[in-house]
Design a protein around this ligand. Sequence first.
Ligand SMILES: C[S@@+](CC[C@H](N)C(=O)[O-])C[C@H]1O[C@@H](n2cnc3c(N)ncnc32)[C@H](O)[C@@H]1O
Length: 390
Amino acid sequence: MWQAVDRIAQPVTPASRGGVDDGVEKDGVEKDGVEKDGVETDGVETDGVENDGVENDGVETDGVETDGVETDGVETDGVETDGVETIERIDFEPAGTAPYDRVADRIACSEAATEVAGWRTGSIDAIYIDPPFGTGVARLGRGHRYADRADDPDAFVAWLLPLLEEGQRVLAPHGSLFVHLDYRTVHYVKVALDRLFGRDLFVNELVWCYAVGGKSRRGFGRKHDTILWYARSADWAFYPDAVRVPRRGGSHMRVVLDGDRPVQEKTDRRTGRVYRYPVAAGKVPEDWWSDIETLNHSDRERIGWPSQKPERLVERIIHAVTRPGDRVADWFAGSGTTAAVAQRLGRGFMVCDRERAAVDLCVVRLAAQGRALAIAGTPPPPLEILRSSC
Ligand SMILES: C[S@@+](CC[C@H](N)C(=O)[O-])C[C@H]1O[C@@H](n2cnc3c(N)ncnc32)[C@H](O)[C@@H]1O
């Protein structure tokens, strides 16, 4: 029988943690240059998919209805650390049976700047971040909220850039960074990332299309987010066969039989050359994704944190650039979508969020999934939880 969860709370100093490469710097370096405090906000926005900023009638955003009450924002404290980390640990394997050097996954309740400064250079294979979008209003979920950044793109870039620089530092040479944004700031951040990584290491602008949310009466509905993908070096990893999707009917290609195997076929009018693609093999998606819907009101995946993203979205990204055993990071963890997908797919992870409530939700989500994986015979690594910073 699996003893699925074994909780041990122990104070550990950074210097006392060692032995295996857990991706965390042991010198407790503090980094400044990133604002630690919350942003004053003066409004309310429902969570998940942004509304289109034009006019929303009937107001269904991504499934959480709000009463339109004005708020004066949410403020969270800055972080004070005293150099001592309090770590709770959840083991998913029976006591004494876990390989002695199995690297633990990590979730920290922390300011991103403080947490990421402690991560080892070159230790991360993929980073997916989904920052606050700079709406200028508090984001509300089911019983939860967090403060967004001010609606000021220049200030937004000034705040995010030091974190992106740290992201570049911690990426392995074959590693990739994915930054999830929307129309408000994506073009500002892309210029900053082009300068930081170099335009030749810009890989894709992924357009995630969805349908749920408010409608516009004065323009077309703003129904996509943008995910910018940059590589650490020209040797970036990409596993296209891991992200194949079914070939759709109704395209410009006809479906014919090649023996007893259906293939999509097209003929190049200029050269006369015939191209055939087996239907069963699927295809690598293009850079616009319309086959993953945002989480709706009653989605079982929803756990109540504002702006929770669908696991399938993050899963495609993680599959595309990592293999089992690689390590994934997200310093705006929210409900823990990145961590949950990484855990389920056998990748290690390091995540943080400044909000204690978000970290609490992540822990519940990861503990439940970890137990289920253990019962299924594939226990994930231990989970270390650091709550001392918020
Ligand atoms: C858009 S949400 C992330 C949602 C997440 N992708 C999910 O699927 O649940 C952004 C998160 O960033 C966190 N956050 C904002 N500023 C932060 C900071 N300076 N350091 C750490 N976390 C921060 C917020 O608390 C919020 O949970």
